[in-house]
Design a protein around this ligand. Structure first.
Ligand code: PLP
Length: 366
């Protein structure tokens, strides 16, 4: 048996023929940027998330960067002002801070792999202007306590929701709980385009307009540039693909949760630790992460049995060469996860037979 980690071809095929038809209509229509598909996506995704505004941009890194650029201007932040980010995340979260001319300050993650009020608190300083809770693996951060801490210090909250489309906590969807949020629609995300894509969500009108301005070469009016911006657009073809896929997001997330529930109840190997103490309620399981002391051996064992797994992420951001100035810092939980985490396959298309096969292999590992 061969079980790929995920199969984009299979995912796309499951949206046919609507997907190809909608893209063909864009091709025939001759309008490739800033058209009806983008407008529809921004309207529908804002409504889905429960935010007042959605701004489509080119990718998730831009979405994060543009919010920080906009706040820096609106709030008069200085170069090198601090933004707190978790040490365990995809590198984009930290790079966005650097790109905006601000300084990333790392914090550890808690037992659910995400930033908490407790891991954040020791790293806040008088120079902290914003925090970026990352809903890593699809699991929402404890936003009530993070928001309360941030608001008591006048700090802005930018959710990195790139892995958490459709997740919710306390009745609020990710992307509606901070002052703003950044999403990525990279093909492998829970809501994925057929190339790069991203968006910003926020309730704040002024921020929304400023993000649009920065994403449009700093212009609100053609050829009148108020700031030095960037070019960051979500194309009509990508928006069309997202419009076909969005209506099925909740159903796909529910299927991922069912896979997680299956793993939770059937994986019984004492060498393998289940995520979130076996709870499934909160996450949309962008990733199903297990911990194992002999992770590399487990990965090889599964590979030999045709089961593809990945590691998210083998090196925490503060240990990367690109962040050499931070290499001496220590974040024990982030480092433990990097050493022990393994992502099992979790697409919406895994069959009963495949799931039993994966579980038997994991349980047979010694
Ligand atoms: C994917 C991802 C990003 C970046 O998104 P891109 O669209 O690849 O730029 C940012 N943060 C997290 C947590 C991600 O998983």
């Amino acid at each position: 048996m061969h079980i790929p980690y995920y199969d984009l071809q299979q995912i796309s095929a499951s949206f046919e023929p609507q997907l190809s038809q909608r893209i063909q209509a864009v091709v025939a229509g001759g309008r490739y940027l800033h058209g009806e598909e983008l407008a529809a996506f921004e309207r529908d995704f804002a409504r889905y998330v429960g935010a007042r505004h959605c701004i489509g941009v080119a990718n998730g890194l831009d979405a994060l960067t543009l919010v920080l650029m906009a706040w820096k201007r609106l709030k008069g932040w200085g170069d090198g002002d601090e933004v707190c980010v978790p040490a365990l995340t995809f590198v984009a979260t930290a790079e966005a801070v650097n790109r905006a001319g601000l300084r990333p300050v790392f914090c550890d993650v808690g037992k659910d792999f995400v930033m908490t009020e407790q891991t954040l608190l020791p790293h806040l300083t008088p120079q902290t202007r914003a925090v970026i809770p990352v809903h890593l693996y699809g699991h929402p951060c404890p936003m009530d306590s993070i928001n309360a801490l941030a608001s008591s210090r006048g700090i802005m909250v930018l959710e990195d929701a790139a892995q958490a489309h459709g997740a919710s906590t306390g009745g609020h969807k990710t992307g509606s709980m901070g002052h703003a949020a950044a999403f990525s629609m990279y093909p492998g995300k829970n809501l994925g385009a057929l190339g790069d894509g991203g968006c910003v969500t926020t309730d704040n009108e002024e921020l929304a307009q400023t993000v649009r301005m920065f994403a449009n070469y700093g212009a609100q009016q053609k050829y009148v540039h108020r700031v030095q911006g960037i070019n960051s657009r979500l194309s009509e073809i990508q928006a069309a693909a997202l419009n076909v896929k969005l209506p099925r997001l909740d159903a796909d997330n529910a299927r991922r949760r069912n896979v997680a529930r299956f793993y939770n109840t059937h994986i019984t190997n004492p060498l393998v630790r289940l995520p979130y103490e076996g709870r499934v309620a909160q996450s949309v399981f962008h990733i199903y992460p297990v911990l194992c002391r002999r992770r590399d051996k487990l990965q090889q064992y599964l590979q030999e049995r045709g089961i593809e797994t990945l590691i998210h992420y083998p090196i925490p951001v503060h240990k990367q060469e690109a962040y050499a100035a931070y290499n001496a810092q220590s974040f024990p939980m982030a480092e433990l996860v990097a050493r022990e985490v393994l992502s099992l396959p979790i697409t919406q298309f895994l069959t009963e037979e495949e799931l039993h096969y994966i579980v038997s292999a994991v349980n047979a590992f010694r």
